[in-house]
Design a protein around this ligand. Structure first.
Ligand SMILES: [Fe+2]
Length: 191
């Protein structure tokens, strides 16, 4: 774990308050997610050791995470989530937007947009929106559909640890096969 300041100068509660305020005023377009991302980075830098806060979360990827904010029926949920090295997630979409900030480690994060007319069930055409390596403090978003497709891929032989804010209940929507240009419904699981 990277060196953390012990002193919390921006807490999870303050972050949650600010996210609600931003969504209330600006909804969840790209400008709003930019503003939320700035606050998420501030939380990672000033919120103390987030990996020891909240409650333990069920793991979907073999590494336990933490719930920092999760309210049934809420507009969003905040977690500390780990992805193991050398095991990229499938290319997948969520029903809603998401913003992530790296706490520790290194990740290749790619976002795609669906550019087909979505008229053919099971078929999808994707175009890369953003692709790059993220390290501590870096922030990226995916968006409400159609720019809601992405893949997390830890680099450097060790897990990546993320502060992960997801709209709605964070549920996955589809799993994509880039080579075949197809998709199928995602099994129910987080992240
Ligand atoms: Fe995801």
């Amino acid at each position: 774990m990277a060196t953390q300041s012990e002193k919390i100068t921006y807490s999870v509660d303050e972050f949650v308050f600010d996210v609600k305020d931003i969504i209330g005023q600006q909804s969840t377009g790209s400008r709003a997610l930019d503003a939320i991302g700035s606050n998420l980075r501030r939380l990672v830098m000033e919120g103390g050791d987030l990996t020891k806060q909240g409650v333990e979360a069920e793991s979907s990827v073999g590494l336990p995470g933490r719930w920092l904010h999760r309210v049934p029926g809420g507009d969003f949920q905040l977690s500390v989530t780990y992805f193991p090295p050398d095991e990229p997630t499938p290319v997948h979409s969520h029903n809603r937007w998401g913003v992530e900030c790296v706490i520790d480690g290194e990740e290749r994060f790619t976002v795609w947009e669906r550019i087909d007319d979505q008229g053919s069930v099971g078929k999808a055409e994707l175009k890369v929106v953003s692709d790059g390596i993220m390290t501590r403090g870096d922030v990226r978003a995916w968006y409400d559909p159609p720019k809601n497709v992405h893949r997390q891929w830890a680099q450097g032989g060790k897990p990546v640890c993320l502060a992960l804010l997801m709209g709605g209940d964070g549920s996955r929507q589809h799993i994509f096969d880039l080579d075949k240009g197809t998709y199928e419904d995602a099994p129910a699981r987080p992240s």
